[in-house]
Design a protein around this ligand. Structure first.
Ligand SMILES: *[C@@H]1O[C@H](CO)[C@@H](O)[C@H](O)[C@H]1NC(C)=O
Ligand SMILES: *[C@@H]1O[C@H](CO)[C@@H](O)[C@H](O)[C@H]1NC(C)=O
Length: 220
């Protein structure tokens, strides 16, 4: 395979799976076009350099991907180190001391992460595995202190903080609505106002069913 095809093969199928981790279920070849343009060029550079340094590395990387894909799918599982509770694929008898190219994957990761610090790494800083329970992360990274359509712009770039938000732009029937709001703040403001009014109309007590409180904090 020509180097160009080879490296696009490697990165289009694989890199998407593990460089930053993918929050949504859909994989697309253009996933990083907006969030990390230049990622593929960086990957290409590292893979080419590794093959120029040692031509056998091309075959080794192909084999690495093959072994990943043929154990429960192309999920990057071959990259996982063993832990006390999880035996990985790296040291399984058939692979031990035989699979190689992990150092190239590490170089790719380092190259891309300086290039694009990325949403995930910045969120990890705010929300470490332990502690930080009182830290705040903006739902809207564009304009966190302004009430506007910024969150839809985030969702368009796959940067929705909450999985449940990002699901609205995930290759489904609501994609066009998210796109519309991201481009049209007036439409968002009008629809939001109407939605709030609609919500306020959820079964209020009227007539003798309720009471006008003398003190808002307690029933009369
Ligand atoms: C070049 O290849 C050698 C093995 O032949 C390896 O030890 C070294 O880490 C490689 N360097 C780079 C930059 O890929
Ligand atoms: C893998 O190779 C290492 C180093 O040769 C050895 O210590 C280890 O026992 C091997 N593990 C398995 C599961 O074969």
């Amino acid at each position: 395979m020509a180097p160009k095809n080879f490296s696009s093969f490697i990165h289009s199928i694989w890199i998407l799976l593990f460089v930053f981790g993918v929050a949504s279920a859909q994989l697309t070849p253009d996933f990083y076009d907006k969030t990390c343009p230049g990622a593929f060029a960086a990957i290409d550079k590292v893979v080419r350099a590794a093959i120029a340094n040692e031509s056998r590395m091309g075959a080794s990387l192909l084999r690495l991907q093959f072994h990943d894909c043929f154990v429960n799918g192309c999920d990057g599982s071959v990259l996982l180190d063993d832990t006390p509770t999880m035996k990985g694929e790296k040291t399984a008898a058939a692979n031990n001391n035989s699979l190689r190219g992990f150092d190239v994957i590490d170089r790719i990761k380092a190259e891309v992460e300086s290039l694009c610090p990325g949403v995930v790494s910045s969120l990890r800083a705010i929300c470490p595995i332990t502690g930080g329970d009182n830290n705040l992360a903006p739902l809207d990274t564009e304009t966190p202190t302004v009430f506007d359509n910024g969150i839809y712009k985030d969702m368009m770039m796959e940067k929705g903080l909450l999985h449940s938000d990002q699901q609205f732009h995930n290759g489904g029937s609501t994609d066009s609505q998210v796109e519309g709001y991201s481009k049209n703040p007036e439409a968002f403001a009008a629809d939001f106002g109407n939605a709030m009014i609609k919500m306020g109309n959820i079964t209020p007590l009227t007539g003798t069913s309720g009471q006008i409180r003398l003190n808002c904090r307690k029933a009369n």
